[in-house]
Design a protein around this ligand. Structure first.
Ligand code: ZN
Length: 658
């Protein structure tokens, strides 16, 4: 734990609020201090209001901001004297507290201030920093944690026993601070929760945090509990079918599709294969606010155990809910962390982002638990305390507000030919509906084209069976399964009549337009049949199937065979709730093959202008890649839930087809 303060860097930030931004980001850079929205910071300033009166304000982290990336709008300003008066009340409910915070801000459009705002206000220092430092929660969650904290910090910190965050904590801290403070006080330890530091400059407050946490780390080192030997490595590739089966069971428990992320590095494999994993993982999270992401306990084992996990979760809810002040709505009972000896650390989320956040948190939790085990044993807060946090009024309110989820939330689509044209548009249509995408293309640019965690770009020559098999496997291991398959990639070679068509040319077209799709369907089948909402396949056929032209026999025959293949698949896979439909696009001119020259030549061939040529269909409309992609996505959605083996033209109306 070292200070990252840099004088040159600090110069780029202006004023107290600027330096508050800077040192908040420094805290955020270190994941052993704060993770994903954890921790909060504040600064007290004086500012003139619109009628020229000076007012004292607390600028405190607003909800929805991460310390690592926070900026000045992330610090809503609240009237300080009012906050201090609030701290003297006997009680204040959470909704009342949020109302007081929001109604005493200076900017009505600012985010809601942190629930720890009142606590920050009562501490008589200009700068206040709060983290959930790994080292501190490691020590406070062991037997005799309180004595260890006293031994480490002496009289330099105020110590607060565990109490749920919010008004009661703020009130207790205000009282205890006055009682315990002395001239050496530079911080405050919240048992089983985290640590505060404070000072009159941004640098001093930040560096006190670093110094205090470094002391905790040194203590763990002196106890020979710092270095962990993680020596189990994953033996072979994870089994993608096992992961997809686990996903199906988890999604069933959740009541909605989920993404699963399997992590099999040395830390995860060693932790999951500890002989005592069943015991040490079943106490609770490192700090209470993790429960929102990770749930109280991980599932140890596989899909067969998901039912038992659900039963345990329901029992936990039924045990604690009746004691709550107001009625509670049970959250879904599915696990978010699964520890398996072969699949490693498996994390669950409604999106890839959610599953990754859970993985980041549990990555730290494994170290925290392992170190605590070397220091007398990992202890966590009681299930009642964790329940109170998980079912906090404010969290339940967020739940009630939550709008309609995106159509394909928690689902995974594989798309071929995804680097350009219709395929690229399909990736975007699927992403817009919340799906994660496995994007295949022969062009290596696919690997970085989308550059976001919910797209796995894989360079793949679909004419090569080995590459196809490996791409399906990689994709499933990345996201936990496969729900939708878009058979888009294809080639349209230049015109060539039958009497001069070479066998090589014929085989090449058949290989890419037909054989590759058979292989993909076959390889995807074990996963499609495990899709929580049923598997879906959309194949790109062609107008040529119904209205062929001279000079394109290989292309037309391949698309006709592909169409016939999807019809047979619809018959064979229907009882496994897999739907297969075919689109017949035509005149999609915004793709790579339709260069200006080609367009001009074709238009001339028909004696038309380019514009007339583009609109030469019954509706006199232009069909774009996006039109085809949107229809592809909708074919996978609920509107077409009862449609299979359909063939849908998307061509503006073709008089030969009609
Ligand atoms: Zn906290």
């Amino acid at each position: 734990m070292k200070s990252l303060w840099d004088d040159n860097e600090a110069k780029q930030y202006e004023g107290d609020l600027g330096l508050r931004v800077y040192t908040s980001r420094l805290l955020g850079r270190d994941t052993s201090l704060v993770l994903h929205g954890g921790g909060n910071t504040s600064v007290k300033i004086t500012e003139e209001n619109i009628v020229g009166e000076a007012q004292d304000l607390l600028c405190v982290k607003g909800s929805g901001w991460d310390l690592e990336t926070i900026d000045t709008p992330g610090f809503p300003a609240v009237k300080l004297d009012h906050l201090i008066k609030l701290a003297q009340l006997e009680s204040l409910s959470d909704p009342q507290m949020v109302n007081e915070l929001r109604s005493h801000m200076t900017d009505a459009s600012a985010p809601t201030p942190s629930v720890e705002a009142i606590l920050h206000a009562t501490l008589p220092f200009k700068f206040v920093d709060h983290t959930h430092a790994d080292a501190v929660v490691t020590i406070t969650n062991t037997p005799g944690g309180l004595d260890k904290i006293k031994q480490i910090y002496g009289d330099t910190v105020v110590i607060i026993p565990y109490i749920m965050p919010g008004f009661d904590l703020a009130r207790l801290c205000a009282i205890e601070f006055e009682k315990q403070r002395n001239e050496n006080t530079i911080g405050m330890v919240l048992m089983n929760h985290g640590i505060f530091s404070f000072a009159d400059t941004a640098q001093a407050s930040y560096e006190r945090m670093i110094m205090l946490v470094a002391k905790a780390e040194d203590y763990i080192k002196a106890e020979s509990a710092w270095e962990l030997s993680y020596d189990s490595t994953a033996k072979e590739d994870a089994d993608p079918v096992a992961l997809a089966e686990l996903r199906r069971a988890t999604a069933k428990a959740a009541g909605f599709p989920v993404v699963l992320r399997s992590q099999r590095d040395e830390r995860a494999m060693s932790f999951c294969n500890r002989s005592d994993v069943n015991k040490i993982s079943q106490h609770g999270p490192a700090t209470p606010d993790h429960v929102i992401r990770t749930k109280r306990l991980p599932l140890v084992g596989r899909d067969v155990d998901v039912d038992a996990y659900v039963a345990g979760y329901k029992a936990y809810f039924e045990q604690h809910a009746p004691k709550a002040r107001e009625p509670k709505t049970m959250l879904d009972p599915a696990p978010r962390v699964i520890l398996d000896s072969e699949l490693g650390l498996v994390t669950v989320g409604k999106s890839v982002k959610e599953a990754s956040i859970v993985a980041d948190i549990y990555d730290h939790t494994m170290d925290i638990i392992s170190r605590a085990e070397l220091m007398g044993g990992w202890q966590a807060l009681s299930s009642q305390d964790i329940f109170d946090m998980e079912y906090w009024d404010l969290e339940q309110a967020k739940l009630r507000k939550g709008g309609k989820p995106p159509m394909f939330q928690g689902e995974v689509a594989l798309i071929t030919g995804a680097a350009s044209g219709i395929g690229k548009a399909c990736v975007e249509s699927m992403l817009a509906r919340g799906a994660a995408v496995i994007a295949l293309d022969i062009d290596p640019a696919i690997e970085t084209l989308f550059n976001r965690p919910d797209v796995l770009g894989i360079t793949c020559d679909i004419a090569d069976e080995t590459q196809l098999k490996s791409a399906v496997k990689r994709g499933v291991l990345a996201f936990g399964g496969l729900d939708m398959l878009v058979l888009n990639a294809g080639i349209f070679p230049g015109g060539c009549r039958i009497d001069s068509l070479s066998s090589e040319e014929w085989r090449k077209v058949m290989n890419i337009n037909l054989d590759a799709n058979l292989i993909l369907m076959r390889e995807a089948y074990p996963f499609l049949k495990l899709a929580p909402k049923g598997g879906r396949v959309v194949a790109m056929g062609s107008k040529n199937y119904l209205a062929p032209g001279p000079g394109a026999v290989a292309y037309s025959a391949s698309k006709a065979a592909l169409t016939q293949m999807t019809r047979v698949a619809a018959l064979e896979w229907g009882d496994e709730n897999i739907r297969i439909n075919t689109l017949h696009p035509d005149c999609v001119f915004d793709t790579g093959i339709w260069t200006d020259e080609v367009l001009a030549a074709r238009a001339k061939h028909y004696g038309l202008t380019v514009d007339e040529y583009k609109h030469k269909n019954v509706l006199k409309t232009e069909v774009t890649s996006v039109d085809v992609a949107e229809l592809t996505a909708e074919l996978c959605g609920p509107l077409f839930a009862k449609t299979t083996a359909a063939q849908l033209p998307i061509d503006g109306g073709n008089d030969r087809v009609i």
